[in-house]
Design a protein around this ligand. Structure first.
Ligand code: SF4
Length: 330
């Protein structure tokens, strides 16, 4: 930590890993000149709870008893914005519920909880509230506009301001939020976490999955089927429609071949000698051919769009089902 290097640590369950890194982090926090917060990233709520309800209070109380610190350690639990209530959306949703004069028991209960939420009677963290996923979806923070009329009294904004202060010792986050913070930093956007010099990934075996979710791109075997169907509907009476259909057929043949060869490779499984999964030459050829076909289709749609030759009638209806990719520069 002192030299800001990476340490990869593994130990069996119950041997004290969490205590080990917390004590090292505490020393770093107490004695390093920059006094930046320590970020701990976990993948489960259970571990976040254990950290905030057991580990940090326990270490705090031992150090207090020995007069090494004079106030307990502080922490902020950080989650993605969708876990918090937006005051403005709560207000709108509440108004829509109250508008209804035939309220069921469930809605009366929702009105009670939402009123409490709006008037500050309960925290804005939605995870602990007995509301349905639908209601949570209607009131969670989405796009937070700077022009929002409630911005000056917004509790979500106050929470972010409060939680992001350097005086808070620990930022307890999850892997997705930390990876999102790295993306924001790279993209020059507002950081989600305060500046920190120590970052600890606990439950790091889940980091790969989180990284795949945040940075990865998925490609399933049905995607090109859907694309081909969208293209067939979109080309309408274009003079080159036969050629486009022919290209689509080729695309679907290679799509099948590609996924068959991927399945073959998956069936063979992990190859210990090369420490990976071996894909056949056929698989790579299918992928290369698919890439070429998609490039050709992309160029075709781009040119057609530029010349405004086709789709004028179809744009409103079926034409919209062609993915945006094909309306962009190839
Ligand atoms: S400032 Fe953003 S989060 Fe706060 S009430 Fe307005 S829209 Fe919602």
């Amino acid at each position: 930590m002192e030299k800001t290097k990476v340490a990869l640590c593994e130990a069996e369950v119950g041997t004290g890993k969490t205590h080990a890194y917390l004590l090292a982090a505490v020393i770093c926090r107490l004695f390093h000149a920059d006094k930046q917060p320590i970020v701990i990233s976990t993948s489960t709520i259970a571990l976040q709870k254990a950290l905030t309800e057991e580990y940090i209070p326990q270490i705090s109380s031992i150090l207090l008893q020995h007069r090494i610190i004079d106030a307990p350690f502080t922490f902020a639990v950080r989650k993605g914005k969708s876990h918090y209530a937006c005051d403005s959306r709560v207000k709108t949703y509440l108004a829509s519920l109250r508008h209804n004069d035939r309220l069921q028991e469930q809605e009366l209960m929702e009105i009670e909880i939402l009123t409490m939420l709006f008037t500050g009677g309960c925290p804005i963290d939605l995870d602990g509230l007995p509301l349905t996923d639908y209601v949570k979806g209607c009131i969670r923070v989405e796009r937070c506009q700077p022009t929002c009329g409630l911005a000056s009294v917004c509790r979500y904004r106050s929470f972010l301001k409060e939680a992001g202060q350097n005086k808070i010792d620990f930022q307890i986050a999850n892997h997705n939020l930390v990876l999102g913070d790295i993306l924001s930093q790279k993209g020059g956007r507002n950081r989600l976490l305060p500046e920190h010099r120590v970052l600890i990934f606990d439950e790091a075996h889940k980091l790969l999955d989180a990284a795949r979710q945040m940075y990865g791109v998925g490609f399933g075997n049905m995607e090109l089927e859907r694309l081909a169907a969208g293209i067939r509907r979109a080309v309408g009476r274009h003079p080159k429609r036969e050629r486009v259909f022919w290209i689509c057929e080729g695309m679907l043949r290679f799509n099948v071949l590609f996924f068959e060869t991927v399945q073959d490779a998956a069936r063979r499984g992990y190859d210990h000698s090369c420490r990976g999964i071996l894909f056949s030459r056929k698989c790579f050829l299918a992928l290369e051919t698919l890439t070429e076909i998609l490039r050709e289709l992309s160029a075709f749609f781009y040119a057609a769009d530029q010349q405004e030759l086709i789709f004028r009638q179809d744009r409103k209806g079926a034409g919209d089902s062609v993915p945006a990719l094909f309306w962009q520069n190839p």
